[in-house]
Ligand binder design. Structure first.
Ligand code: G6P
Ligand code: MG
Length: 213
């Protein structure tokens, strides 16, 4: 019996995963490094800032100073892209789903690797619909490590076994499964190795769709 639902943010509740990709793509182009959408989905989706950059520059020699500068540059591009975000960019039906969860007496939390998580939640005006927020400042080990989901479960006082995690990234589903939770994958079926259930998008997903086997 599920007691809490823990949501990834980027690519689940809103399409900011597209903005992350665009920001990385601009940086990669400037550095003359090839980066495709397919690589993004397989290696960058849901992965933290530094780990993402490490994938992009793999096999090339950059100093720590250059790495820091590139992380900052990407984040500046990303911040430009989210500056204009408005409440209309919540996935259709997302706000209703969060209200439904609350009405059903279940807890909800965000489990996002992003340090920009709170800014995005504020722009979307959904911050008050969550009982807990775990973001890129909460834990050291990023997804696929289970830490962020375990931390989010703790925030809402729910044993991991009673939590459902929702993720659009395979690294995120790995994190959820390693945490000992039920995993709902969002995206094409082929993307996920260990999801308990997969839906193509969160659009108009109701609590019933999440809870039914
Ligand atoms: C989320 C996104 C990733 C992003 C990571 C870190 O998991 O899906 O694309 O790299 O957060 O985000 P940040 O905003 O801290 O760079
Ligand atoms: Mg995501």
């Amino acid at each position: 019996k599920a007691k809490a639902i823990l949501f990834d943010l980027d690519g689940v509740l809103t399409d900011t995963s597209e903005y992350h990709y665009r920001a990385w793509k601009q940086l990669a182009d400037e550095e003359g490094i090839p980066l495709t959408k397919e690589e993004n989905d397989a290696h960058l989706r849901g992965v933290g800032r530094r780990d993402s950059l490490m994938y992009i520059i793999r096999g090339r020699n950059y100093s720590e100073d250059q790495i820091q500068e590139m992380m900052k540059r990407k984040n500046d591009y990303y911040n430009k892209l989210i500056e204009q975000m408005s409440p209309s960019e919540v996935v259709p039906g997302g706000r209703e789903l969060l209200q439904e969860i609350r009405q059903a007496g279940l807890k909800s939390a965000v489990a996002s690797a992003s340090k920009n998580c709170r800014t995005v939640l504020e722009r979307l005006q959904i911050i008050d619909l969550f009982d807990g927020i775990a973001d890129g400042n909460s834990v050291v080990n990023g997804k696929p490590a289970p830490d962020i989901f375990v931390f989010a479960a703790g925030l809402v006082g729910t044993p991991v076994i009673d939590c459902i995690g929702v993720e659009d990234a395979d690294a995120g589903v790995e994190a959820i499964k390693t945490a000992g939770m039920y995993a709902l994958g969002v995206g094409p079926k082929e993307r996920f190795k260990r999801a308990n259930k997969v839906v193509p998008t969160m659009e108009n997903i109701r609590l019933q769709d999440i809870l039914a086997d």
